[in-house]
Ligand binder design. Structure first.
Ligand code: FMN
Length: 467
């Protein structure tokens, strides 16, 4: 018997298909990592790929945050970083450092990374998408985030109520980004209150030239803990298929095996996983291949990817809180750590210590370690509070971790963290008509003000998000 993935790959010729552009990805037969603010930064995506995710979505990035960002290749690890100088809020005495808005790995994410955009304006969406289009394999428009900071700007789930605007953004992206850069444009929506409303919306969306549509099977007011509703799924998949658009389902998919089963049951082309991957990315591994890995193995691999990616330590800690079970002693240890060296020692990942020390130096964390010492006394109540906050932040997809003010500098003299699997910078793929730098003069005056070196989603999505 053929698997869902196989039958998707050998679908009969008479089924219409919006052509997949040469540099684009086909979502059919794929189990993918969902876009997640904070939880979807580069190391998490590498972790998901390591355990078998077929494609990975990056965290939603708001158009105004990426427009004007400068593209550079990190000479130590070959990653591509989109950076910008944050606003200092008009305070002359405040030092401003570059902020990495988005980071990707052109080798390990090649052919697998989809960039998710938050926008409520076709022109801005196009400007923003062009900044990254040469380095990613798809652009997805977020049309599902229910948080007021997003909807009040007309973005996210607000677009579900303004279908003309949503359609015009998708059409502009298809025409001005998808076609010239030869990548696919997709959209991620939620279901509407009635099947009729959803049907009317999806019928319009599939005619915009998009190659894929992901449906989060919850309505906008539904909380993340409420069970996903799958009643409308088959109808949505049918509309997509008639128009030749791939349909990816999302909502309470817990593993690759579960996703494959649901794909078969509901006739959809792919399945997207969020919170189950956030808790243990080895959910992308089939039972046959070993199933869920022990959290220590996952955490070891995650820290390794964090070090290789030069991930901001605050963000690393955020995901460690998700990956380490709250009852484990190591949870407290990781919570108290202030540096990569510290966390590797506390978790007894001794072989990672030399690279951790190097990275702490690059990220300016060494001083922190010396000031605080590796064995700070624990504060059980504070830890518990932080953990509780974390739980609710997780439910909301939001933050509980203060942004780390340190920032990686590519001008540091510290040697390479890793030289094995990253491409040599000189050999790093240069996109066809890539925007090396983009300091567009048309950046709106009201563009997001950045006070600290934080990534775009953090800028734009406080105090929390889920889509
Ligand atoms: C921490 C977190 C951050 C999220 N950020 C985004 C986002 O940036 N863009 C988006 O479309 N959805 C976002 N979501 C929603 C997920 O992509 C997904 O639609 C939702 O969690 C349902 O999938 P699940 O049931 O597998 O968790 C986020 C969810 C979480 C938990």
């Amino acid at each position: 018997m053929s698997t869902v993935a196989e039958s998707a790959a050998i679908a009969p010729a008479h089924v219409p298909r919006v052509p997949i552009p040469p540099r684009g990805v086909d979502y059919r037969g794929k189990i993918v990592l969902a876009p997640m603010v904070r939880s979807g930064e580069l190391p998490s995506r590498l972790l998901a790929l390591h355990y078998g995710a077929d494609l990975v979505w990056g965290p939603e990035t708001i158009d105004r945050a990426i427009v004007g960002a400068e593209r550079r290749v990190n000479p130590r690890n070959g990653t591509i970083e989109f950076t910008r100088v944050p606003s200092n809020g008009g305070r002359a005495e405040k030092a401003v450092k570059e902020s990495v808005i988005y980071r990707l790995d052109p080798e390990r994410e090649k052919g697998k990374l989809v960039f998710q955009l938050g926008s409520a304006n076709p022109d801005l969406a196009v400007q923003a998408a062009k900044v990254v289009a040469g380095d990613v394999w798809g652009i997805d428009l977020n049309s599902g985030c229910p948080k007021p900071f997003s909807t009040s700007g007309g973005m996210g789930a607000a677009l579900l109520r303004t279908p003309d605007k949503l359609v015009s953004i998708l059409e502009a992206l298809v025409r001005e980004v998808g076609e010239p850069y030869q990548i696919g444009i997709s959209v991620k929506i939620r279901i509407l209150e009635t099947p009729e409303l959803t049907e009317a919306l999806v019928s319009r969306l599939v005619r915009t030239g998009i190659t894929g549509l992901t449906v989060h099977c919850r309505t906008t007011p539904m909380r993340p803990r409420e069970r996903a509703i799958r009643d409308q799924l088959r109808m949505i998949a049918d509309i997509c298929h008639k128009a030749g658009v791939a349909c990816v389902m999302n909502g309470d998919v817990t593993s690759r095996d579960h996703g494959l089963k649901l794909m078969e049951e509901y006739g959809v082309d792919g399945a997207m996983i969020a919170v189950s991957a956030e808790a243990n990315s080895s959910c992308f591994r089939t039972e046959e291949a070993g199933g869920l890995a022990h959290w220590r193995d996952v955490v070891y691999q995650y820290i390794k990817f964090c070090i290789e990616s030069e991930n901001r330590y605050g963000n690393t800690k955020y995901l460690l809180n998700m990956l380490i079970p709250g009852k484990a002693q190591e949870f407290k240890e990781a919570k108290q750590s202030k540096t990569y060296t510290d966390v590797c020692r506390r978790l007894k990942f001794d072989d990672l210590v030399p690279q951790a020390m190097q990275l702490d130096e690059i990220l300016d964390l060494t001083q922190k370690q010396e000031l605080n010492g590796p064995t700070q006394p624990s504060a059980p109540k504070a830890v518990q509070n932080a953990r509780d906050n974390n739980e609710s932040a997780r439910a909301a997809g939001g933050d509980n971790t203060r942004p780390n003010k340190s920032n990686a500098s590519t001008t540091s003299n510290v040697g390479p963290i890793r030289t094995s699997s990253f491409p040599h910078p000189a050999k790093a793929a240069k996109p066809p008509s890539a925007v090396e730098t983009n300091n567009s003069p048309s950046t709106p005056a009201a563009a997001v003000a950045v006070d600290a070196p934080v990534s775009a989603p953090e800028i734009s999505q406080q105090p929390g998000v889920t889509a």
